[in-house]
Ligand binder design. Structure first.
Ligand SMILES: C[S@@+](CC[C@H](N)C(=O)[O-])C[C@H]1O[C@@H](n2cnc3c(N)ncnc32)[C@H](O)[C@@H]1O
Length: 189
């Protein structure tokens, strides 16, 4: 993780700190689901555009990332937007997410299959998981991208079997370079 966080730090350091990123269109398209009550977590939040969007919706917003430089940008983005966020530098390969704690969990452009059970558990019953990252088509346009960091067709649906699927694009022949799902954890009966 250490080498990887240094690589990410270097990338974030190269960025214009005043660059304003837009939240992911998937999150924007599902604003209607985001009632702003409770806690939201953005996993691997990087420079924080999606985290800031969650805070804007009214959530108590938490961002986790391994890159201190990414988190610095996230802090700056939150200050600029006038919202409050809580940030922590963690290695997601080792960090224990609290169970059933978040009404919304989002993950954009990050894939760690080992984390998936903990992500599912972190969502409170009735809460929502939004996950979007690169799929197999991405390998054709980015030679050198590690194949285990892309989603296989149908993978997102398999992860969230037993959840209510609100929207999904996870097809065998994807149109785009990423796949995504928006799904709700069912309430305990
Ligand atoms: C492609 S960026 C995505 C950032 C943000 N989600 C976005 O969409 O703009 C991937 C992020 O994952 C973080 N990351 C990668 N491996 C990590 C790990 N093991 N623990 C914590 N963060 C990690 C990097 O620091 C980086 O900010």
């Amino acid at each position: 993780m250490r080498a990887d966080s240094e690589r990410w730090d270097a990338r974030y350091r190269e960025r214009d700190p005043d660059r304003v990123d837009c939240p992911d269109p998937l999150l924007v398209a599902h604003r209607g689901l985001l009632d702003g009550h409770g806690r939201a977590l953005d996993v691997a939040c990087g420079a924080g555009a999606n985290l800031v969007e969650l805070a804007r919706r009214g959530y108590e917003a938490f961002g986790l990332d391994g890159s201190i430089e990414g988190l610095r940008l996230a802090r700056r983005a939150a200050d600029r937007a006038g919202v409050s966020v809580s940030l922590a530098a963690v290695d997601l390969d080792r960090f224990a997410l609290p169970r059933g704690w978040f009404q919304v969990v989002t993950v954009f452009r990050y894939l760690s299959r080992g984390l998936v059970p903990a992500l599912r558990d972190a969502v409170a019953p009735g809460g929502v998981l939004v996950y979007r990252t690169f799929n197999v088509r991405h390998l054709a346009r980015r030679s050198g991208f590690a194949p285990h960091f892309v989603l296989q067709p149908g993978e997102l649906r398999r992860w969230l079997e037993g959840w209510e699927t609100i929207a999904v694009d996870d097809e065998a022949e994807p149109a785009g370079y990423d796949s995504w799902i928006v799904a709700r954890r069912l309430r305990d009966r």
